[in-house]
Each structure stands twice: as C-alpha cells, then as structure tokens.
Design a protein around this ligand. Sequence first.
Ligand code: CA
Length: 232
Amino acid sequence: MKVLRLWLLVVFVAMPLGSIAKDFGTDFSRGSSQMKVPHRHNTTAEAATRADGVLTMTVHAGMHGASSDQKNGKERAEYGVRLNDKDVVVRQSFRVRAVSGFPTKTRTMIAQIKFSDTPRGTGSPPVAVYMSESGAAKCNGYGSGQAKADHRRLKGVKLDDGQWHDVMMEVVLSDTNGTCRVFVDGRKVIEQTGLDTHQNGKELMARIGLYRDAMATTQVVQFDDWKVSSSR
Ligand SMILES: [Ca+2]
C-alpha cells in the first residue's frame, strides 16, 4: 500500500511537468515529441522537412497558420517548445541559414519567445529575431513609457547572406526588472534592461520558424542545433 501511494505521488507530480521542457535540444537528426506547432492550423506539416540533420522551412503565400492570419495579412509555419509558465530566465539558441526568398524588406520573423493568449496590447513578443532587413531584432517592454518596441536593423550583421549563423536570444521575464538580449555569431547585437517584459499570458513558448507579413515570395530557411532552456 505504501509503495502504491508512493507511485501515485510520483505519477501525480510528474504528469503536469511531463509536457514542459526546461532543457531542450535537438540537432534535427531525428524528430522530437517536444516540438509543437504553436498555432491552430498545421501549416508546419507542409512547410517543414528534415533531412541530413537539418530542418528546412519553406513558407509560401497563403500559409495562414493562425485563424486571424488571413484578416491580418500574416503567414507562418513555426515550431515551439513549451516552457514552465512560471519560469523567469529563458534562453534559445539555434543556427540559421537563408536559402532563398531573401533579401526583402517585408518583415519576416524567424524566432521569438512569447506567451500565448496575452492581454490586449502585449501580444508582441518580449524578444524576437528577424531575417528581413538583412537581420533585425526586437526587445519589447510593456510598462508605461516602454510601449515603443526597440526594433532595429542589426549593424554589421548579414543574416540573409546564405551562410550559417549562430543566434542566441535571452529574456528575463519580470514586471519591473526584465532584460532582453540577442547575440549573433557570438556578438551582442541588442540589449535592453529594466523593462517590464512580462506579458501575463497563458502558455510560455520558445519558437522558431517563419512568421511574416504576407508576400508572394516563397521563403526557404534552414535551422539546426536548436536549444531551449528556462529556469526560475
Ligand atoms: Ca544537425
């Protein structure tokens, strides 16, 4: 009876945590059950192929991953890793390469860390990286006077040059003292501190893939060595 109770305790404690990755990594040599499609329509199934240990995402016009995408003029195909919603420090890194469909000025996000189902006005992620503008990044604060996102083209970075690049993004989620940092090829390219970075949404995820303003061009981007970690 004691053993049974212990087992029940183990199952009870383990179950809610089972689907939450705090330390995730893949070299894309095989699939992973922790990679989720973070939007309603599975455009990712059509866009994503995995071969020779590399993830290739091919996004074309009309790939409306979320219900609101058609109305809002967005197209997307992403993967996300679910994190513990109470975690505070979140890091995501990956290698990325533009194969075709670049350069373009039309905005194309390739990675973000964000909560779903956020209150009005806080839907834009606290940290995001773009392949458009030859490489751009964004840090968001939601406090008063922080509403204007710091979105900038990254000087000295050419993310769309067809070569592999290392990207690392980091966010500390806090109502008062949040931070946001992005590194490209080991160099810090954007940093904001003292922000309200907390979106107060529902499900925290780190995401890669393409999220873009609608365009006729087909874009092909490759990803490798995706790592996500989070902690309190
Ligand atoms: Ca690989």
